[in-house]
Design a protein around this ligand. Sequence first.
Ligand code: AMP
Length: 326
Amino acid sequence: MSYENKLAILNKIKEYTRIFLFRHIRMDGDCTGATKGLQELLKASFPEKEIYLLDNQTSDYLAFLGKDSGEADDSFYEGGLAIVLDTATPDRISSQKYTLCREVIKIDHHINVSPYGDLLWVEEEASSCCEMIVSFYDTFKDTLTLNEKAALYLYTGMVTDSGRFRFRSVSGETLRLAGILLNCGIDTDTLYAHLYLNDFDVLKFRAEVYRKMKITENGVAYIHVTAKMQEKYNLSREDASAVVSALDSIKGSLIWIAFIDNGDGTTRVRLRSRFVTINSLAERYHGGGHAMASGATVYSRKEMNALISEADKLLGEFKQTNEGWL
Ligand code: AMP
């Protein structure tokens, strides 16, 4: 199935001269790496084609990969091919201009709740969308050219979306494909410095998070990052949102949640878990996502408390009916 999908996509790419790449809102390492990586791969492989990545989002921690920008007049997209990467649902595509293209391809590794596009290649078990792009390259390596720049983009997506190759979705195939990228000569020292170094204020903020975090009876750890806290530590929304990872290693806490005030009365919810499936819980709160990494939105304190209670109940039931969790 996957080979047929890849071949159909390669044929579409060959057919078009103007190709537009799209990614999701709240850009992360994977959608950024996959779009920039595919752009570089296609530019190097088909120099005669026009490959555009018109996206005006910015992200501090990904700034080292270089900025993308721009938006063209509607007519410019007409007759083009849109390839949307790493985006489960059409409403999360960062520019709706993709609808102006003649054909749309979806390449994604999220649960396919909202199939869209004329051609779909979805692999829910892939650890990242970048992994899929490397596999695409590997399948057609006689036709495609991978350079060091593309390899860095794709590797960044692979390491960030797999928790540094730690998540269960990482397979032997993931590591084999990552090996292809490493063999291109990526400077991993510099890459990891970009990914790991923190501002002083961010670490002070983390200290406050550890003081203020709470845990429910059954072990759901959570933190509410208020607008006031974000102001006190001079945090970007991105820095504030990254806090969810601070709660990821508490023994017996199999679900952990960060609530981050958006500043408009709504609160972003980032849910993470080990062993327990949480995406249906996120779906009940205007969200969704992966089995063990989901996102949602709550609109009041009451809704926040309801979500925490539901998570606690879910974890209680899980602990009673399962063994071997930590
Ligand atoms: P986040 O905590 O925002 O990084 O989200 C974790 C995962 O859940 C991501 O892979 C998103 O694709 C997905 N996700 C986040 N928010 C939503 C949403 N509102 N609806 C559907 N999926 C979401």
